[in-house]
Design a protein around this ligand. Structure first.
Ligand SMILES: O=P(O)(O)OC[C@H]1O[C@H](OP(=O)(O)OP(=O)(O)O)[C@H](O)[C@@H]1O
Length: 296
């Protein structure tokens, strides 16, 4: 048995291979076949290792969670001692509270499900708004929530001159402030009221937005409505440009088209979810965290 092996599915292979290369770990592929009835058939490599890292982002989560369970249980049956999940985008972290009687708190249920399968979980900019640590949702010693603020700051520094960062809601301040601090960028944070899945109201703080290159920064773009409403509020101030940068690019349905139609000039994202807007690689921050865990 080799000592360490990184496995990925075809949906995240370039990013997983890049991570394996930075870490100097061999990479192999889990073959996936979906039967006509929707069941998944998985085939693991024949040669495994004592420690196996499974690298898969958990957008479109429902099939992927079942496939992770099949993968992890099968790896254990084959004698793998340590199984680490690297999920740059972690699903179900937004349903963290029962807002109405009977509502299921998915965050902790999915968290315990992953803790039963894996020995460590590494993710990036997880949506932890009502808990302070990922280990409160995933009860593991190594439940690590990284932040992409450093590579995002480096990207902005390389592509913009004197930008103004805008967080579209109070929760985004943690990321916007940290990115701004790296290079002394100006920043502001808006207020958001969520009225429904596709309906938010964004109120901008007082600021001189005219003739500025503004970058709206957030953790995740799902319907894109949060970014869209922030961009629309900026238009009357006649900024030089409005761009967006997010950690996780879900961009459901026509989100990109709506942002473009609203005058958003550039749409950038980290590569936690494969998307046409991917501009910022997470390989280096994931590799550092993974190497730290492997040394334990
Ligand atoms: O692209 P969208 O569909 O607008 O979704 C993305 C937004 O949703 C999340 O916050 P949310 O509104 O859930 O607020 P919360 O911080 O209160 O959970 C997230 O932080 C984004 O701001």
């Amino acid at each position: 048995m080799k000592s360490t092996l990184l496995l990925s599915f075809s949906d995240y292979q370039p990013q997983a291979k890049a991570l394996a290369m930075v870490c100097g770990i061999p990479h192999d592929t889990i073959q996936l076949h979906r039967f006509p009835d929707g069941e998944s058939q998985l085939t693991l490599p024949v040669n495994l290792a004592e420690t196996v890292i499974v690298c898969r982002s958990l957008d479109e989560p429902n099939n992927k969670l079942v496939e992770l369970m099949l993968t992890a249980r099968s790896l254990r049956q084959h004698g793998v001692k340590r199984i680490i999940l690297v999920a740059p985008y972690l699903c179900y972290m937004r349903q963290d509270k029962a807002f109405h009687p009977g509502e299921v708190v998915s965050q902790t249920i999915v968290g315990h499900f992953l803790a039963d399968l894996f020995d460590a979980v590494i993710t990036v900019d997880s949506h932890l708004h009502r808990i302070s640590k990922l280990s409160e949702a995933i009860p593991l010693e190594y439940a690590i929530n990284l932040t992409a603020t450093q590579p995002m700051a480096d990207f902005i520094e390389a592509h913009f001159t004197n930008p103004l960062l805008l967080g579209p809601d109070g929760e985004s301040e943690q990321w916007v402030k940290e990115i701004a601090t790296h290079f002394g960028f100006d920043y502001a944070v808006a207020h958001k009221q969520r009225l429904g899945d596709h309906n938010v109201v964004v109120t901008l703080p007082e600021n001189d937005y005219a003739r500025r290159n503004i970058i709206i920064v957030d953790d995740v773009a799902s319907t894109g409505k949060t970014l869209l409403e922030a961009a629309k509020q900026l238009t009357p101030y006649q900024p030089a440009s409005v761009s967006v940068l997010v950690s996780h690019a879900l961009f459901i349905d026509d989100a990109i088209e709506q942002l473009t139609n609203a005058g958003v000039k550039h749409i950038y994202s980290c590569d936690s979810i494969p998307h046409q807007t991917n501009s910022v690689s997470l390989a280096n921050i994931l590799a550092k965290a993974l190497q730290d865990v492997l040394q334990q």
